[in-house]
Write a protein that binds this ligand. Sequence first.
Ligand code: ZN
Length: 183
Amino acid sequence: MSSIQRFLSVALFAAEKHAAQRRKGAAAEPYVNHLIEVAGLVAAATAEPDTNLVVAALLHDTIEDAGVTEEELRERFGADVAHLVMEVTDDKSLPKAERKRLQIVNAPKKSVRAGTIKMADKISNLRAIRNSPPVDWTEQRKAEYLDWARQVVEGLAAPNPVLKAEFDSLMPSRTQPATDQER
Ligand code: ZN
């Protein structure tokens, strides 16, 4: 199978697994838009082609949000891809606040490749919050999300420089008030 055929079959697998899911924003885009955006960010940010990394980016939410198992990913896409997806998957048996805390705590232990997917994921989410925020999100909730995402990304030991620059460009500038409390 050529790499183009492989990418398309992975994209179709991810699209089918997330078919019932929409983005949380007001525009409620199909979830696959997010997956293709994250994979595109990863592909554009890595100088050496890393096929498995881009494949894992397309699949990064399949275990956490679409009921796919690590075993299924290993059988279909290989151990390297399955391992990468596991590295960016939260333990859904834990409460949300604890999962978010652990993302910050565990960021320094992530491999460079997993950190690359994580940053691309956060960039996609920050863009979504800017362009089509969930209707029930207050300015404070958006600011809290930005602050949490910044703590995760700043914890990465060796962040991809291209994605780090893009991430930083989405942060509010230091000269402007970041939260309601600082205003
Ligand atoms: Zn995601």
